[in-house]
Write a protein that binds this ligand. Structure first.
Ligand SMILES: Cc1cc2nc3c(=O)[nH]c(=O)nc-3n(C[C@H](O)[C@H](O)[C@H](O)COP(=O)(O)OP(=O)(O)OC[C@H]3O[C@@H](n4cnc5c(N)ncnc54)[C@H](O)[C@@H]3O)c2cc1C
Length: 360
């Protein structure tokens, strides 16, 4: 057993949510330790496409205010992270071409007109679509670069990081909390569980009601490099598949949505199907060279909404379950859960995202 060191706040999990929150708390003067069982930023946050889509067809209404606010925060959030880390994160501002159909439940946002064929050809000449598309003013970001930069920014602010250390249990200890890991234990006044799809695996001694109903939702995707670089400038979101261009010429094609437990294996048949669907939208993609295929586990909950919440254990908080929108929601989550953890009333109403909704 090693010595017990103490921090103001300990963040469990170094995905984009944990890293953004660590940086936020540190900026408000707290001493912060992040405990990560693997390598920072290598789980769901590494697998994401990076669309910042506050008007996504499948975005629940109750998340709209947080999503729109977070999307607005992004340019400043990225500028600060880039500045503090010295890294670049490829925030793109070209917008998205989104398919709208009566059968899908996504409606064209107010004030947005559908594009004519000529307008679409002027924007994305390689894209084949028979009407029903609109251009939305959305951004995208490279989540791998963002997580790496957020880690460097947090380190720049002297956030401590214990990686390769799996948290097993949270215990009350006097006025504070202690964290048991496979290697050591640590203590703090505030602990925030940001362990994504694994958040429910951390036991809280003597507090059954603190069990977190997080579940993994698998997503597979691939990246390709087309023969003609820069052929696609905007994100394209169609019902079966989406395309996300990066500034280095790659195009990401995603994604499956599967209830497969903690299985992260890639199925070549699924990857082939995604590639074929992408080629129906942009025929040149059929010839594009595949660079990489991967799978990640989106953290979800029984109602597919996040948990941004205090718990019945004083000082123990939860920020997880961001499902398909954790990259988009990272800035607002850091701000609101940061306020909650500091004992300040969050600026936006987050009562619908409390852990208590699962305990009735
Ligand atoms: C294919 C795919 C595409 C996606 N596309 C988008 C998109 O376009 N836009 C968008 O906004 N979102 C997207 N998402 C969703 C987004 O990736 C997630 O919502 C977000 O990354 C969740 O971040 P997180 O920090 O909560 O989880 P994670 O990134 O999974 O981080 C959790 C961390 O906790 C660590 N951990 C777990 N258990 C323990 C433990 N016991 N002890 C210590 N550490 C632990 C893990 O190792 C991990 O590093 C996508 C996801 C997938 C899979």
């Amino acid at each position: 057993m090693t010595r017990m060191k103490s921090w103001d706040a300990i963040i469990l999990g170094a995905g984009i949510i944990g890293l953004s929150l660590a940086r936020e708390l540190r900026r408000h003067g707290a001493s912060v330790l992040v405990i990560e069982r693997g390598e920072p930023g290598r789980e769901a946050s590494y697998a994401a496409a990076g669309m910042l889509a506050p008007w996504g067809g499948d975005l629940p209404l109750s998340l709209q205010t947080l999503a729109v606010t977070s999307a607005r925060m992004y340019p400043e959030f990225v500028a600060e992270v880039e500045d503090e880390s010295g890294d670049k994160v490829d925030l793109r501002d070209q917008g998205a071409i989104v398919f709208f159909s009566e059968h899908e439940h996504n409606e064209v946002p107010e004030g947005t007109a559908l594009l004519t064929a000529t307008e679409l050809a002027g924007l994305e000449p390689c894209l084949s679509a028979n009407g029903g598309v609109a251009k939305l003013q959305e951004r995208s970001v490279d989540p791998r670069a963002l997580a790496r930069a957020s880690f460097h920014a947090a380190r720049h602010h002297n956030v401590d990081v214990a990686s390769g250390s799996q948290v097993t249990e949270v215990r009350r200890e006097g006025e504070g909390l202690s964290i048991q890991t496979t290697h050591s234990h640590y203590s703090a006044a505030i602990v925030v569980n940001c362990c994504g799809a694994w958040a429910g695996q951390i036991k809280v001694q003597g507090a059954e009601a603190c069990s977190i109903p997080a579940r993994p939702v698998k997503g597979q995707m691939l990246s390709v490099i087309p023969l003609q670089r820069g052929m696609l400038q905007r994100v394209v979101r169609a019902p079966e598949v989406y395309l996300v261009p990066r500034s280095d010429g790659r195009i990401l094609i995603g994604a499956t949505v599967e209830e497969a437990g903690f299985d992260k294996r890639v199925d070549p048949a699924d990857i082939r199907r995604l590639h074929q669907q992408a080629a129906k939208l942009v025929p040149q993609l059929a010839e594009a060279k595949m660079l990489e295929a991967w799978a990640g586990l989106r953290p979800s909950t029984p109602d597919d909404l996040p948990i941004l919440s205090a718990t019945e254990v004083p000082g123990y908080f939860v920020a997880t379950g961001h499902f398909r929108n954790g990259i988009l929601l990272a800035p607002i989550t850091a701000q609101l859960v940061g306020q909650l953890a500091r004992g300040i009333q969050p600026e936006l109403d987050i009562s619908s995202f409390s852990l208590a909704r699962f305990q009735k």
